[in-house]
Write a protein that binds this ligand. Structure first.
Ligand SMILES: O=C(O)CCC(=O)C(=O)O
Ligand SMILES: [Fe+2]
Length: 368
């Protein structure tokens, strides 16, 4: 009798099964595998090449990602400022992602940040264990792998450090010097996010302090995420992070010169190839809620390569944790709310404990 179970041929060994909740880090697993060219089957995200959008159109789209000049936004010259606000509004409405140039963060600081971020992930496991295991998302510092291994069917080829850096600054004291660099960077990013939120309020036809006030941004929550994606022997099968939108208002991202971020635009995955010394800004869920859907949290994902370690430093800038966020009252004078209001802390904790999948967290609060 024919058996329903297929027996793998000897030339195609079965890939190993690894549950991410049983490993401390994918970096460690990747390094321990030596020359093995098979990744665990539990990391198989996609069965077809995910570079299927590598056509001329996607390339053209990649070069069309908007660029916002921060110095124009902060200009005291009214015409320059107004034009920059218009471009910002267009970037938010049409793309949900843009590259920020002339932002004033010194290149040297970003270089140092990347160097120290690499050193952190290179620390021996024993040194990182104190931040490990599955802690509450509100724990000040967390180290882990994948996204939320306990609830995932498929795991992701990344390790992370997450630290809540505002209103209280929490950060590891090792490697030496990392904490000081991270503090300076986190403060500078908050300043940029605040100015961008003012510009975004104006672009919605509102007073510039409208979003800042309604989110109590000056005591807003900030998470400092340091993603590390080791080279993956089968990059076409796995993902660093699956398609998702971010939780906060604005995510500001820098990377170590190795690409991997893609955004979904008009149904296509588009590579984000950041201009030198720019910061990538990603619109997140809380802005979609506040703007009552005018600006959407953009879907994005992280793809892998088999040559170089990729590091991205991602600062999630959100409302104050105890603030209830719903569509802005000024926008509801002429339209119905598209989202329920929810305390940011509840939204944050829910997202961090749920399978990362498209915009599933936002759909929980969407009104029909
Ligand atoms: O590493 C990247 O480019 C994306 C990271 C990301 O989406 C995240 O940390 O939420
Ligand atoms: Fe993200």
């Amino acid at each position: 009798m024919a058996s329903a179970v297929s027996i793998p041929s000897s030339s195609q060994p079965e890939p190993p099964m690894v549950h991410a909740s049983n490993i401390f880090s994918i970096k460690e697993l990747a390094e321990s595998k030596g020359d093995s060219s098979l990744i665990p089957s539990t990391y198989h995200s996609i069965s077809q090449l995910h570079h299927d959008d590598d056509d001329d159109d996607a390339e053209y789209l990649a070069s069309s990602i908007p660029v916002i000049d921060f110095s124009h936004l902060t200009s005291h010259h009214p015409q320059t400022h107004t034009k920059a606000v218009q471009l910002l509004g267009k970037a938010c409405a049409e793309w949900g992602v843009f590259m920020l140039t002339n932002h004033g963060i010194p290149e040297k600081l970003v270089e140092k940040l990347m160097e120290k971020s690499g050193e952190f992930h290179d620390l021996p496991i024993e040194e990182k264990k104190e931040f490990g295991d599955n802690k509450s998302p509100l724990e000040p510092i967390r180290h882990g792998t994948s996204f939320c291994p306990q609830v995932e069917k498929v795991h992701y080829w990344r390790d992370y450090l997450k630290a809540n850096t505002f209103p209280q600054f929490n950060f590891p004291h090792k490697p030496p010097g990392y904490r000081d660099v991270a503090y300076e960077y986190s403060q500078k990013i908050r300043g940029l996010a605040r100015k961008l939120l003012e510009g975004i309020s104006e672009s919605l036809g509102l007073a510039s302090n409208s979003i800042i006030e309604s989110t109590e941004f000056d005591s807003g929550h900030q998470v400092f995420v340091v993603n590390m994606y080791p080279p993956c022997p089968q990059p076409q099968l796995a993902l660093g992070l699956p398609p998702h939108s971010d939780i906060g208002l604005l995510t500001l991202l820098t990377q170590n010169g190795v690409g991997g971020l893609q955004v979904k635009h008009h149904g296509k995955w588009v590579n984000v190839n950041p201009l030198s010394n720019s910061i990538t800004v990603i619109l997140a869920d809380q802005l979609e809620v506040l703007s009552n859907g005018r600006y959407e949290g953009v879907l994005h994902r992280a793809i892998l390569n088999n040559e170089e370690t990729r590091i991205s430093v991602v600062l999630v800038n959100g409302p104050a944790l105890d603030k209830e966020i719903g569509p802005l009252a000024e926008l509801l004078e002429k339209e119905k709310p598209l989202f329920k209001s929810m305390k940011y802390q509840d939204y944050f904790q829910f997202q961090q404990r749920t399978r990362l999948d498209d915009k599933n967290t936002l759909y929980e609060i969407r009104l029909n």
